[in-house]
Every structure is written in C-alpha cells, then in structure tokens.
Write a protein that binds this ligand. Structure first.
Ligand code: THU
Length: 285
C-alpha cells in the first residue's frame, strides 16, 4: 500500500514537473509558454498518452510547424541546421500522417517534434525477462515486442534517405534480451544502399558476437521493422541475410505509431530459403 502511494506521488510529481511547452500563438504572433493555461485541461494517462478535455487545441499542427521553422532558422548554428533541416520534412510528413490517422495525435505534436528534432527518445538496448528461460521467437511477450518497435522507431529517425525519402527503422532482439537497431542509408550510386534490416544485422554481429556461434545458436529471435504506413516487409536481399542467422525468427512489421502490426515467422516470408544447411548437405567426405 505504502509502495502504491509512493508510486502515485512520484508519477504526479513527474507529470507536473514537466517543462513548459512553447507554442506559436497566431494572434500575438509570438511563441508563448502554455503550461499554466492548459494544465487543467490536459491529462496524462499512465501509458504516457496526453489527452485534452474540452475544446482547446494549443498544439495545432500549424503552430508546431511554425515553431519548428522558427527554431531551425533562429536558434541553431550552421552544422545543426544541416542536420535538422534534413529531418524537418520527414517529421512533417510523419506528423501529417498521424494527424490524419488519429485526430487525437495533434495534441501530441510538441512532444513528437522534440523526439524527432532533439533525438530525445532513449535508446533501448536491453529488455528484461525471467532469468529461468531464454527468449524464443514464440515466447516474446507484448511488452518486449513494443520495446523492440520503439527502438526501431528511434533508429528510423536517423535514416539517411536523400534519394527515396523513405525512412526505415529496424531492431533485432537476441535470445539474451539485447537489442541492436539500424536504419537505411542510401548512396549516390543508388544500388549501394543498405536497408535498415541489414544495418541492424551488421551492428549485432560486429558489436560483440562471434558470427559462427551466433548463427549456430540461432541467437536472433525477432526483428521489428517500422515504416510509415506499416507492413514494412523486408526486401528479398534482407530476407536472405536474415535467413542466414535464424529462419525461424519472428518478423514484426509496424506502423510509425506502433500500430497496424503484422507478425510472421521468417520462414513464411522466405519458404525453402537457401541457408548454411544446404551447403552442409553437399559436403562429400
Ligand atoms: N528499404 C529498407 O531499408 N528496408 C526494406 O525492407 C525495404 C527498403 C529502404 C531501401 C531504400 O533506402 C528505401 O527503403 C526505398 O527503397
């Protein structure tokens, strides 16, 4: 009981100690702090969503967009500008997409903008689970899947996609709960583009894993792929590369807001895939 009260106090302290939010006021043509004004009408639910009560709309898409433009133009040095301007349009399109999809999303705009522009989202590099068993493609719970999708979302904001403007993020989960994420990065010679999935694989292998034991022990149990619109089915090349490490891994395809999720074992996406076992069979003693 005491723990519950303590948790409740900590939760409310966290909610109310939040920074002031600044939005563009169209009437005064100024950026204004709005916390005091909207506090009483804004409620944060336990899962972190913001809900408004009544008809206020201080986070209008247009206001957020103006704020972003002003922030980029007036508050950044040249190097920072280069970075932020390149993600500006991506953010705007994501935002428009989410707004059209779910009207509630517009009140979330300032936080979303911060996540994109400042990379405020925290990296998730490990998930915790019962020590008595290891993760498998079929025993991963919803909470772990959500974390994997979140990390893929975060990685997506790093995508280098000046040619396609198609941002992809992915995150690989290993048996022992480690997460390696990746994004696509393109090349002026288009064919040299690396997909998000292969980027994540490269990170997983090169970080701390001896490739052979990693492959033999089917250490990769799942991969999440995040694209706008959902259904980010891995390309043929990536299916083959994933197949090398575990044909049974779970492929989780999600929209940018963690919804419209499709899950399939890799064997469904690459039936009769060619792998190390085929080479083994051909050995002559
Ligand atoms: N792409 C990925 O990163 N993963 C996929 O599964 C499909 C395609 C990238 C490659 C390229 O940068 C852009 O998406 C458009 O094809």
């Amino acid at each position: 009981m005491f723990a519950f009260i303590l948790k409740t106090i900590v939760f409310f302290a966290a909610v109310f100690s939040e920074k002031d939010l600044i939005v563009y006021n169209e009437e005064s043509e100024k950026f204004e702090k709005t916390k005091e004004k909207i506090d009483s009408k804004i409620k944060k639910t336990t899962d972190g969503q913001i809900q408004t009560q009544g008809d206020i709309d201080p986070f209008k898409l247009e206001n957020t967009w103006k704020y972003l433009k002003n922030y980029i133009e007036n508050s950044l040095n040249d190097n920072e500008k280069l970075e932020k301007v390149s993600i500006k349009d991506a953010f705007y399109k994501d935002f428009l997409y989410l707004k059209n999809k779910d009207k509630k999303m517009k009140v979330f705009s300032f936080e979303m903008l911060n996540q994109w522009v400042e990379n405020r989202q925290k990296q998730i590099s490990k998930v915790y689970f019962s020590k008595t068993k290891e993760l498998t493609p079929t025993n991963i719970n919803k909470n772990i899947k959500q974390k994997l999708i979140l990390e893929a979302q975060r990685a997506r904001s790093f995508a280098y996609v000046p040619y396609s403007e198609f941002h992809v993020g992915s995150a690989i989960l290993t048996k022992d709960g480690k997460i390696y994420s990746g994004c696509n990065f393109e090349n002026a010679a288009y064919g040299n583009t690396i997909c998000a999935e292969r980027c994540a694989i490269a990170k997983a292998i090169s970080s701390e894993n001896r490739g052979i034991s990693f492959q033999k022990n089917s250490n990769i149990v799942a991969i999440a792929i995040v694209i706008r619109g959902g259904g980010g089915s891995p390309c043929g090349n990536c299916r083959q590369v994933l197949n090398e490490f575990n044909p049974d891994m779970l492929v989780i395809m999600s929209d940018i807001d963690g919804e419209n999720v499709i899950e399939k074992p890799l064997t469904d996406l690459l039936p009769m895939g060619f792998g190390p076992a085929n080479l083994d069979k051909a050995q002559v003693k």
